[in-house]
Design a protein around this ligand. Structure first.
Ligand code: GTR
Length: 395
């Protein structure tokens, strides 16, 4: 019996790895054509920034909304901020810690976001800030700093002269099929019925916009220099947020993969069908139409990156994380360049994927392939901070 079980187990491992191996084979990427970013729905070629801004950009936002991420409702009745904890001598005296409860009300319903924020104590002016969307354990956002992790290395950010804040995705939409609607979606129940209704990823992005509403009121923060950071599913939300909310200055999307920074038409690693099957509550219902039908999708992810232009976008991958398609992510950021060019910005990323641990930096675009596994690490943060620093200094 045990031997039988072991054999079945082995067979299963072989079958799954064969399936994955197949999917990880570059030779099996079939021919595809990326949808044209620079032709409007009326067939007009976009050659100028104003046509991009007033026509094509809006068309693409709507296409992403209707087919991928769902709507982003912005009407609510009121928003309140309450500082629940203030420590003027946090991190051994080098930072100010604030914990803030952000509460948003609409039609007798409310949703609360808990923000943990550190600002450098001796800053002479309002500090630029890195805001992390935390899709992992709450131990990553410990205000007491008893628990310290590389996922949110608050000390590292503070020591570099920046402020940093974090909120947890579960405040907006629990990351579960059964309960994702127990958050923002209580305020917008009509979204649950719409085929292009907001789901979990949209709700997390929505939450980051409410955090920005707060940051704009906090004098210790330079709200014009707020970078959004997200890892994996959080990276998908960060890119969607950047496209929607132009108050964010720059975006760092770590290992965001499928429906993040990677081209879906390559069908390499995770596919639309796989993501919609495992996480049916992340994207709008319409997205399921594109399961095994990528070529019919009117957008691809290079267009999502382009929606951030002219603001900086930096994406990453890890060598051992083929599931997130490093090559397809690099191709997407490269393919976003023509929109940056409309703004007179020559970003000349090399045509081929950079080697591991050698960042490709062509501000406002940046990319690195980190040695290692699917994660957000001190290495990544170090590169993000340097990139932001160099970029802000040149402004
Ligand atoms: C995986 C999922 C990816 C990515 C990842 C993560 O299971 O397939 O799309 O989002 O989770 O968030 O770590």
């Amino acid at each position: 019996m045990n031997r039988f079980k072991a054999l079945v187990g082995l067979a299963l491992i072989l079958i799954t790895s064969a399936a994955f191996a197949q999917n990880y084979d570059e030779k099996l990427v079939t021919k595809y054509t990326l949808p044209d970013m620079l032709t409007t729905l009326n067939g007009k070629k976009v050659k100028r920034k104003d046509v991009w801004e007033h026509t094509r950009r809006l068309e693409l936002l709507k296409l992403f909304e209707d087919n991928v991420y769902g709507q982003m409702p912005q009407d609510f009745d009121s928003i309140k901020y309450q500082i629940t904890h203030l420590d003027n001598s946090a991190m051994g005296g080098k930072a100010v810690l604030k914990e803030i409860d952000i509460k948003v009300f609409r039609q007798q319903q409310s949703v609360g976001i808990h923000l943990v924020m550190f600002t450098p104590l001796h800053a002479r002016q309002a500090s630029p800030l890195f805001l992390l969307i935390n899709n992992r354990g709450k131990n990553n956002m410990d205000p007491s700093r008893i628990s310290k992790t590389e996922f949110w290395p608050a000390e590292q950010v503070i020591d570099s002269g920046y402020a940093t804040a974090v909120f947890h995705v579960s405040d907006l939409a629990p990351d579960r099929k059964e309960s994702y609607a127990n958050g923002v979606l209580r305020l917008y129940p009509e979204q649950l019925k719409a085929p292009n209704g907001m789901k979990a990823i949209g709700a997390w992005a929505w939450g980051a916009s409410r955090v920005m509403d707060y940051l704009q009121t906090d004098k210790s923060v330079d709200a014009k220099k707020v970078a959004i950071v997200g890892h994996s599913r959080g990276g998908k939300a960060a890119l969607w947020l950047m496209a929607q909310d132009r108050r964010f200055a720059m975006c760092f999307a770590s290992c965001s993969g499928n429906t993040g920074a990677a081209l879906t038409r390559r069908r390499f690693g995770e596919t639309i069908e796989k993501i919609n099957t495992t996480f049916p509550y992340w994207f709008c219902d319409n997205y399921k139409k594109y399961n095994n039908n990528e070529d019919d999708l009117p957008v691809d992810q290079h267009m999502l990156i382009a929606l951030s232009a002219p603001r900086p976008v930096y994406t990453t991958n890890a060598t051992k994380d083929k599931w997130a398609d490093p090559s397809g992510s690099y191709m997407a950021i490269k393919a976003a360049e023509p929109v940056y060019e409309l703004y007179g910005i020559k970003s000349a990323l090399d045509a081929s994927l950079p080697p591991a641990n050698k960042p490709a930096l062509q501000p406002p675009l940046g990319y690195h392939l980190r040695e290692g596994i699917h994660d957000l690490t001190a290495y990544d943060w170090d590169k993000f901070i340097r990139f932001a620093h160099n970029y802000y200094q040149k402004q």
